[in-house]
Design a protein around this ligand. Sequence first.
Ligand code: SAM
Length: 258
Amino acid sequence: MALMLWARADERLARKVADSRLPLRARQLRSSGLHDYDASQTVWLTEAFPVTDNTLGFYNANAEQYAADEGIPNPRLSSFLDRCTPNGKILELGTGGGVDGAAIIERGFDLDATDGSPELAAIASRRIGLTVRTMLFNELDAVDLYDGVYACASLTHAPRSELVPIIGRIHRALNDAGLVWASFKAGAEEGTDALGRYYSYLSKEELMVTWENAGPWRSLEAEIWVGGAYDRKPTTWVAITAAKLDRFGPSSDSYGTI
Ligand SMILES: C[S@@+](CC[C@H](N)C(=O)[O-])C[C@H]1O[C@@H](n2cnc3c(N)ncnc32)[C@H](O)[C@@H]1O
């Protein structure tokens, strides 16, 4: 109740907190002058001031510029494709301007490219030469369809609370030989960057636990490196590579480890 009263008294600040999507922690609220923070009120505040995530708004509004900025394909794409069934069906989540998608096709795979931004999907469609579907991560409902799922720097935009269900959808979409590769910005917080894009920053350990919770997987690997990003900031990236262990398939004993 205290938080609600405070929220009514200072709507502007409360909306800023809700919009930031940062976890409402005592230390943040202390710095806002609220000392009697009660964690049980968090949901209530979020409901009172619905979160506005402008990530897709950013990509739609800056689609031409973003796509023009994409350079060469991700250097880690090739080793992922080496491990996928040759000429298999690959789902790309968050294809962006389509540079990696074009490389996937060039390697002889059957690409199903998707993006949540209709503007980027249109640009990528022209670059790749096939229709890039507009689809949000949480709209993926394929079952047993793909040999590979590739998500470069895209799932990192999904809210922490939605990651396990989204990864569960990826698990369901993969066939028994399926492999997924997904990269994330590393860190410990969540919030929006200077461009207004929302990020879940996760450590390697937290990512491994998140993926384990969405499995089961036959194998789960993590790789860390420091690289660049669109905002030109040095960025620590963590990539997960996971091989599906079918929930309803044979027991893990009959699977080798890749
Ligand atoms: C950082 S860009 C990465 C683009 C491309 N994969 C690359 O590596 O250059 C993130 C992409 O994820 C897409 N995206 C963000 N949130 C999404 C969502 N909820 N559902 C589907 N795509 C989303 C964006 O539109 C954008 O194309």
